[in-house]
Design a protein around this ligand. Structure first.
Ligand SMILES: NC(=O)c1ccc[n+]([C@@H]2O[C@H](COP(=O)([O-])OP(=O)(O)OC[C@H]3O[C@@H](n4cnc5c(N)ncnc54)[C@H](O)[C@@H]3O)[C@@H](O)[C@H]2O)c1
Length: 253
């Protein structure tokens, strides 16, 4: 269904993986999408169309708070207020052998960088765009957490696990405070999804994992994007502060 006038969605980490799939799906659904990534976004990869007037690609690092504010102002001038934010950009550092740093190995640089990208940026981006949503009395925030934020992770380290658990708490805080303004905030917690990030652990680890998933496979970026698009939709208006597990039945709390 085409939404008139097209709502504006902002998706971070949109150059590849889940962010790219989400961008494509939201464009397909008729939204205007601001695709944010620190990497260059290939415009031909989005919605299969080289020129899409509903797509705005912005090369911004989500930890650059001034750049996020400047982008918000530019979007407001050209298109209007962003109504949907998908906080998807994240990093999951691995050592050369494909493993995460153990609890005794994590250094300050890793800890600070992971929290800056995976957690602090989620707060700063919410702070940047929530006032616009409040003004419009409608908004959706969809934060991408992880199975690693729900329970002990098999692959991710403590910095990533902590950041993703923090995202769940932040989501609940936003949901509680912003509900009265017609704004919902929800999180998704994907299990292993076949993207570049998952490949950091190597194909063997992924195969081994698939054998332990009830549906016997890893998830796809498109499957995750479908859940994000649902939580961003009008129909999902009574879902607030929820966590949607997307893991093939690997984890059933
Ligand atoms: N793939 C999985 O198995 C899996 C599982 C659980 C959760 N997740 C989460 O899903 C989300 C997307 O993961 P993915 O697998 O598509 O990852 P990915 O690594 O394939 O893509 C992440 C994108 O984020 C961008 N990015 C990273 N740091 C950034 C920054 N500082 N500023 C702007 N952009 C930045 C990268 O350039 C990249 O394009 C992440 O939040 C991740 O933690 C992934």
């Amino acid at each position: 269904m085409k939404i008139e006038p097209a709502r504006i969605a902002l998706v971070t980490g949109a150059a590849r993986g889940i962010g790219r799939a989400t961008t494509n799906l939201l464009l397909e659904k008729g939204y205007r999408v601001v695709a944010v990534d620190r990497a260059t976004i290939d415009p031909t990869s989005s919605a299969g169309s080289p020129v899409n007037q509903n797509l705005w690609s912005a090369s911004v690092d989500v930890t650059d708070h001034a750049a996020i504010s400047a982008l918000r102002d530019e979007i407001r001038k050209r298109w209007g207020d962003v109504a949907i934010v998908v906080n998807n950009a994240a990093i999951s550092p691995k050592k050369a052998n494909g493993r995460s740093a153990g609890i005794l190995e994590i250094d300050d640089q890793e800890w600070q960088q992971v929290l800056a990208v995976n957690l602090t940026a989620v707060l700063k981006i919410a702070q940047a765009f929530l006032p616009g949503m409040q003004a419009g009395n409608w908004g959706r925030i969809v934060n991408v957490s992880s199975l690693a934020g729900r329970t002990k992770s098999i692959a991710a380290g403590a910095s990533y696990m902590s950041s993703k658990a923090g995202v769940l708490a932040l989501t609940r805080a936003i949901a509680g405070e912003m509900g009265p303004f017609g704004i919902t905030a929800n999180a998704i917690a994907p299990g292993r999804i076949l993207t570049d990030m998952a490949m950091l652990s190597g194909p063997e680890a992924n195969q081994l994992h698939a054998q332990q998933v009830p549906v016997r496979r890893l998830g796809t970026a498109e499957e995750v994007a479908a859940s994000i698009a649902f939580l961003a939709s009008e129909e999902a208006g009574f879902i607030n502060g929820a966590v949607l597990d997307i893991n093939g039945g690997f984890y059933m709390p």
